[in-house]
Design a binder for this molecule. Structure first.
Ligand SMILES: [Zn+2]
Length: 354
């Protein structure tokens, strides 16, 4: 991976952006895309849209969501402890023992999510799974008044950011779902050969995916794409407890995962596979019977419909603070999208036929 691209990835992973409050991470996206896009705009939902070749008749939209699962300040008790609501789907067990930041209007306030020490737990406590209502954030405040002077109801909370390098080009970080998708769509936009580009390409860092694809939907309406591809993470099966027979056989480092199923244009799927084969990019297929789970769900149904694709990045420990991806997969996904787009123009039809 090129140094500048890697630096962009690190910045994406180290900048907070809980669902609905993606301003800081979108600033990172704007700064990077501004280096190569013809234009970079931000809409009222906070989506950042980077465009090349906007005047071409065929429009392609690439979507990676920049929001990460987080928490929000729900209530503060008399002793200054903060109770939370969820933003996106957490396994609460993954939150216990975490360092967090509460993003207030005056900047971050540090906190921790603790639990009753094991010595004091009843045998029953040790086997029961904690619920969201069982946990609290401790910022060290002495009482409600002191906590209220620091944080406000509705302030977003994220687990502390870090990037850990593992063996074999794997990295672990919170929010690889789906900052890596944002990285891929922006890198794909940058990597398209200008001489081969015959379409208008809109790379979008979408907001609020984790709470119902709420950024991608209006962004797609505005762009009105003929072809729309969502890039997100999927379950790698090459780790303990993930059953390949249930979620498909997906390997870390095995390359882009091309999704097949009713959410995806069969013609586009074929083109993605062809582009991978022609360019020596290893890929994996995933059967996905039910629309939903990524921005692809709403991209397909925008306006009169768009030929939709889904590219997934193999991921371990999804929706946890230690989500693992392979840098090799990220590079290969960006290359695949760039090579696919270089082959498209307004004469390619995606109308299904026998
Ligand atoms: Zn996601």
């Amino acid at each position: 991976m090129e140094e500048k691209s890697r630096e962009f990835l690190n910045q994406l992973l180290l900048t907070p952006g809980a669902t609905g409050r993606e301003e800081a991470v979108q600033e990172v996206v704007r700064a990077y895309a501004g280096g190569f896009a013809d234009s970079v705009t931000t809409d009222v939902l906070g989506n950042v849209i980077a465009v090349r070749n906007a005047d071409a008749p065929c429009r392609i939209m690439l979507a990676g969501h920049c929001d990460q699962i987080g928490l929000g300040v729900r209530s503060i008790d008399a002793d200054g402890f903060i109770y939370v609501h969820s933003l996106g789907g957490w396994d609460v067990q993954n939150l216990i023992g975490q360092h967090v930041n509460i993003w207030t209007k005056n900047g971050p306030v540090a906190g921790v999510i603790g639990r009753k020490p094991i010595h004091l737990q009843e045998p029953d406590d040790r086997t029961k799974a904690a619920k969201l209502s069982d946990i609290w954030v401790d910022i060290g405040a002495q009482d409600r008044e002191e906590a209220e002077a620091k944080v406000a109801l509705g302030d977003p909370i994220t687990v502390r950011s870090f990037v850990t390098e593992l063996e074999n080009s794997l990295i672990a970080a919170p929010a690889t779902d789906d900052r890596t998708g944002v990285w891929i769509v922006m890198e794909a936009l940058r990597r398209i050969d200008a001489e081969k580009l015959k379409c208008a390409v809109y790379a979008v860092s979408t907001t609020q995916e984790e709470e119902g694809y709420r950024g991608a939907k209006p962004a797609a309406f505005g762009i009105h794409p003929h072809v729309a591809i969502a890039v997100d993470v999927t379950f790698a099966s090459d780790c303990p407890t993930i059953e390949a027979k249930r979620s498909g056989e997906i390997k870390m480092g095995g390359g882009p995962v091309i999704e097949r199923g009713p959410n995806f244009s069969p013609i586009l799927v074929e083109r993605l596979c062809d582009a991978a084969e022609k360019n020596g990019i290893g890929y994996q297929l995933c059967a996905n019977g039910r629309p939903g789970g990524t921005d692809a769900c709403v991209l397909q149904m925008t306006r009169e419909g768009a030929a939709t694709g889904g590219i997934s990045i193999p991921n371990r420990y999804m929706h946890s603070p230690v989500e693992v991806v392979s840098l090799k997969d990220l590079d290969a996904c960006a290359d695949l999208l760039a090579r696919l787009i270089e082959e498209l123009d307004e004469n390619v039809s995606f109308i299904p036929h026998v």
